[in-house]
Design a protein around this ligand. Structure first.
Ligand code: GDP
Length: 225
């Protein structure tokens, strides 16, 4: 997929202030410093796109970007879990939990994992919560340029932990902003996933006995989920 346009749309502090669910959405989330802003900029080929999300007051907000006028890239604030007690619901940010649980047009959540680290409890807890809510997700292993020889072992270790937790194995993408590894694969995945949800742009063949002005087609090209 070629990125022709990437436009910041809005920041939302709650599910009710998110834009209308008219476009398919792909969300990105991870712990602070995992490389989320860098990866978003790499995908969109815009140096400063994710900078919007880092502006004061915006780091706890859900930031929406419209890509190619066809789908939204959603930059979610990072997560953290209450220490100790088992969490029933992610309490990192009510708005984010609400968004992930209830957003009807969210097609996939990309969870970013630092490929240099052993599996982290906080990432596993979050993924466990996501899987429990039946939110579709994929894993992006970041910074693979740093220890290229270790990446496959790191991914295998993470998958093993997921299997132990009885979490179905998700799609995994190794990626690096330095080598651009993973960019094409992630965009291909998005393209494949979004295709059935795009409003049809193909011209319709003329109908033989088309009604004059009271066609049942409302012509809005609205998307059905
Ligand atoms: P965020 O807090 O998750 O948005 O993380 P950033 O995108 O700000 O990245 C955190 C740090 O990791 C920065 O110093 C980036 O330059 C660095 N970084 C991000 N992605 C990569 C990568 O693919 N390779 C390397 N070597 N460094 C990266």
């Amino acid at each position: 997929m070629k990125i022709q346009s990437a436009v910041f749309e809005v920041s939302a502090s709650a599910l009710r202030s998110c834009p209308p669910p008219s476009l398919a959405e792909f969300a990105f989330i991870g712990r602070s410093n995992v490389g989320k802003s860098t990866l978003i900029n790499l995908l969109a080929e815009r140096k400063e796109l994710a900078k919007v999300s880092a502006q004061p007051g915006k780091t706890r907000l859900i930031n929406f970007f419209v890509i190619n006028g066809a789908w939204r890239l959603v930059d979610l604030p990072g997560y953290g879990f209450a220490k100790g007690a088992k969490v029933e619901r992610a309490d990192f940010n009510v708005a984010v939990a609400d968004y992930l649980e209830k957003r009807s047009n969210l097609l996939c959540t990309f969870v970013l994992i630092d490929s240099q680290l052993p599996p982290q409890r906080i990432d596993l807890d979050f993924i466990g919560w996501l899987a429990g809510c039946q939110v579709p997700f994929a894993l992006l292993f970041t910074k693979t340029d740093k220890q290229p020889g270790q990446v496959q072992a790191s991914i295998a270790r993470f998958k093993k932990r997921l299997a132990e937790l009885e979490i179905a194995e998700p799609e995994c993408f190794p990626c690096s902003a330095v080598t651009k590894k993973g960019r094409a694969e992630i965009l291909d995945f998005i393209e494949r996933t979004v295709a059935p949800h795009l409003p049809s742009t193909a011209p319709k063949p003329p109908e033989e006995s088309a009604p004059d002005d009271d066609s049942t087609d409302d012509g809005t090209g609205s998307v059905v989920w």
